[in-house]
Design a protein around this ligand. Sequence first.
Ligand SMILES: [Mn+2]
Length: 407
Amino acid sequence: MIHQNRRKELLSQIDDNAVVVISTNPEQFRNGDVTFPFRPHSDFFYLTGFQEPQAVAVISRNTYTMFLRDKDPDREIWDGERLGLTDAPEILKLEKALNINLLEDHLAQLITAENVVYFDEKPCDFDRMLSNLLSSYTIKSLQDPLHEMRLIKDEFEMSTMQKAANISMVAHVLAMKYVFPNMFEYELQSVFDAHFVKNNAVHAYTPIVAGGKNACVLHYIENNQPLKSGDLVLIDAGCELDYYASDITRTFPVNGQFSEPQKQIYQIVLDAQLAAINSIKPGADVHMPHKIACDIIQQGLENLGLLAPGEPLSKFYMHGTGHWLGMDVHDVGKYQINKQHRVFEKGMVITVEPGIYIRKDDKINPIYHDIGIRIEDDVLVTNTGNTVLTEQLAKTIDEIETLMSED
Ligand SMILES: [Mn+2]
């Protein structure tokens, strides 16, 4: 029903003579004949609720047709059950189910020269073929209307995202309690692997478990070094549950106690993050959290003498302060409209994740070397302000040290 309503809503927003053509993701080989676990394309799943590979949906005011794989008893012994053409109409609320092998011959029968086709080519062979099949029609981008819809989360989506956040928060707590000096980063990662699997969730993105100076490599995913007493460990890990992502970063001391220099840097990042979150409410400029975070970090680093007044912050803070979150971890939706920052609206979900990364450098007091800190929460815009979906997870220096000292 939820997918049916979305199709209806989409059609109400696009041309009367529109025909939407959308394929799911291609299957990806890992090695030999082994595939990665299949995940449908987010746009495709959002509109159809269909989870099998090799499928194309055609949606208009006159038809809802799906091209999909038919039953194949021999293949199903190996790869599992398929929905098949007979059951698909009732389960997926289709008007018509057609074999995916007939796509080339039958697609043209569903579209006339008067139609406008809403289609976006994904970078894969299948979509290049699809694009060729559609080359004689007027094409418009489906993403413009569809991604605006995905940007605003409905009740079901909000509650799924809260569940995903809850699972991820528990995993971060378990990691804070489990960590000890000289264990390897991957051992700490295993806490997330196990907890996500136990909850029928998967990693929403490759997790970062970065001890000491590794935290200064923004996309460090090797996770294969020992964690040293006296260092911090930065963990950026979140699960995807029922196709909705969570995205959390916490940074905490391997031995349970922040050093003084670590505390000084941590408190600046935390102050920046809290102030940035505070600025999120309907009608506020979506660029505001980043501006506020940058101002506070700049001032904090100047106060410690790590930056000269007015010196560019990019040396220590070189990424944005957040991104949309939803079915994709870096979710769809524009940040600007007509080259102007847009404003927050109820139902948007954004991450807030400022950081400070201090590499070894002759000009910097060595007590601050190799400190990398990021704090990231997931924030839902409400009627009057915001709700932090990841609010319950320890974040202040005291909360983290207390949690880590408990048995
Ligand atoms: Mn993030």
